[in-house]
Design a protein around this ligand. Structure first.
Ligand code: DQA
Length: 143
């Protein structure tokens, strides 16, 4: 089974950005957590991060041509703005789980709306790195 984990803008700044909200662990720590989870579940994982919306759209499109079985996506700020990411996820029809480190429903009003949610089977918020683990377990259990 192939899982693609996609992380959006500023997630590369984990550990530096707003540690009171996102914690002190770094992006490299997140990648380690995801790779350890993939090993435990016996799945192949690719982790992709970009600060550019178009690069995220292309990663979703490439998932179709690479026969990816499941996508875990934290679109970060593009969650709340991007119809392009929604359309890309709808285009590829790959089972997808939306993940947010923080509890987006209990922060700023503008974070309550997710464009991508309509294309996702499940949304996990406010669980930190564990949210990614839960998302991967959910996708692995579908196989
Ligand atoms: C985030 C929440 C978003 O609102 C924010 O723009 C992010 C990170 C999260 O993981 O909690 O960059 O997606």
């Amino acid at each position: 089974m192939k899982i693609l984990v996609i992380n959006g803008p500023n997630l590369n700044m984990l550990g530096i950005r707003e540690p009171d909200i996102y914690g002190k662990k770094t992006y490299a720590d997140l990648v380690d957590t995801i790779e350890a989870c993939a090993k435990r579940l016996g799945v192949c994982v690719t982790v992709f991060q970009s600060n550019y919306e178009g690069a995220l759209v292309e990663a979703i499109q490439n998932a179709y041509f690479d026969n990816v079985d499941g996508i875990v996506i934290n679109p970060a700020a593009y969650t709340h703005t991007s119809v392009a990411l929604l359309d890309a996820l709808k285009a590829v029809s790959i089972p997808t789980v939306e993940v947010h480190l923080s509890d987006v429903d209990n922060r700023d009003e503008f974070r309550k709306h997710s464009f991508v949610k309509a294309a996702c089977e499940k949304t996990i918020t406010g669980k930190g790195f564990d949210g990614y683990v839960e998302a991967m377990e959910y996708l692995a259990a579908k196989q």
